[in-house]
Design a protein around this ligand. Sequence first.
Ligand SMILES: Nc1ncnc2c1ncn2[C@@H]1O[C@H](COP(=O)(O)OP(=O)(O)OP(=O)(O)O)[C@@H](O)[C@H]1O
Length: 375
Amino acid sequence: MSIQIKQVSKKFGDFQALKPLDLTINKGEMVGLLGPSGSGKTTLLRIIAGLESADQGHILFSGKDVTNLHVRDRRVGFVFQHYALFRHMTVAENIAFGLDVLPKAQRPSKSQIKQQVTALLEKVQLEHLAQRYPGQLSGGQKQRIALARALAMQPRVLLLDEPFGALDAKVRKELRRWLRDLHDDLGFTSVFVTHDQEEALEVSDRVVVMSQGKIEQQATPQELYHQPASRFVYDFLGGVNVFEGQVHNNRLQQGQAWVAFPHAEHAESGQLYLRSHELSLTLQPSADAHLPLEIKAVSLIGAEVRLELEPIGWNSPDLWEVSISHTQYNSWQPQRGDTCYAQPHSGQLFSSDTENGLRALSWSNKLVLLKKKTA
Ligand SMILES: Nc1ncnc2c1ncn2[C@@H]1O[C@H](COP(=O)(O)OP(=O)(O)OP(=O)(O)O)[C@@H](O)[C@H]1O
C-alpha cells in the first residue's frame, strides 16, 4: 500500500513541530525517517498511524483519504523502542492478543489463531520460545516478538519508531538486517524512525532526512551519501573531515596549511569537506595540498585501521579520522606522534558563492587527465 502525505503540519501550542510537508511512500518501499532529536520524525509517524491528528493536510493510503479514519481502522502495525509486551502473557499469547480481541465477526477461530501464531513464530525464528514470558527473553527477542505481534494483524503498513534503539550495537545490526529480509519476504510498506545514520543508510530504500519539522532531503542511501543536498545533511551523516580557510591565489588557506583548488574558485572563504575515502595520507606534502597532521591514535580493530589525527599549525572543529587498509598499515607502520599529510582526491566545498552553498571538487580527474596526457 502506498502512503501520500499532503501538506501535513502540526503545532503543539505555539511550537511548530511539523511545517507543511509532502511525502510519498511507494507500495512495498522501506523508508527511513532520519534526523536529530526533536526534528519531528515521531510526530510524522504518529500522524501516519492515526495516533496523532494533523492540524492541516491529508494522509492517503493507496489513494484513499484516511485523514479522519480512526487508528484501529487504518490497518497499521506498530513497533516501538520500548517493547510493550504484556508481562503476564506468554509469547504465543502476546502474538495472538490482537486477534483474540477482534470483534466476533472478524475473529479467526481458535485453531486458525494458533496456526497463525505458529507461522509468525517461525517467521521471527523464535518457535522454541512460544511458552516463555517476556521477562525470560533478551531485548532482541522481545523486539522480534513485538514485531510478530504487529504482523499478526496483517497490517498494510508497518510503522517502527526506533525499534532497535534500546539494543546493543551487535544485536541492533543483526536485527535490522533481519527486518529488511522480513520486509522483502512479506512485501509490506514500512516506515521507520531512527537517528542512526548507519541504520538508515543500510536498510532503507529511501531515506527522508528531517530537521526542525521539515524535510531536508529525500533520496536513496546512495544519492544521500554521494550528493548531500545541504551542509546540514552532510554534517548529520557525519564521518567527515573539515578544512576551513580563506581563498588566496586559488588556494584554500589557513595559516601555513592549504589546498590548491583543481579549478578556478571565486569565493573569499570556504570549508572543504573530505570523507575518509576521499583522501590519502602521505609522508610528504604534495603540489596540491599541505595539510600536516599528527597521529593521535591508531585503532586496529575492524576491517580497516582507523587513525585519529590532529591538525598541526591549523584548526579543525574535530580531530580528523581516516581509515587505511591493514596492508597499508603493515607497510607504513604509523605510530602515535608521527606526522603525515592529507592529500585530497575529491570532496565538497561549501562557500558563500556556490549555489546551495556546495560544490563537488575532484583532484582525481586532474590526476587521471595528467596520466592520460603523459601516456
Ligand atoms: N505531545 C506533545 N506536546 C508538546 N510538544 C510535543 C509533543 N510531542 C512532541 N512535541 C515536540 O515536538 C517536537 C518534535 O517531536 P518528535 O517526537 O516528533 O521529534 P523526533 O524527531 O521524533 O525526536 P526524537 O528522536 O527525540 O524522538 C519536539 O520538540 C517535541 O518536544
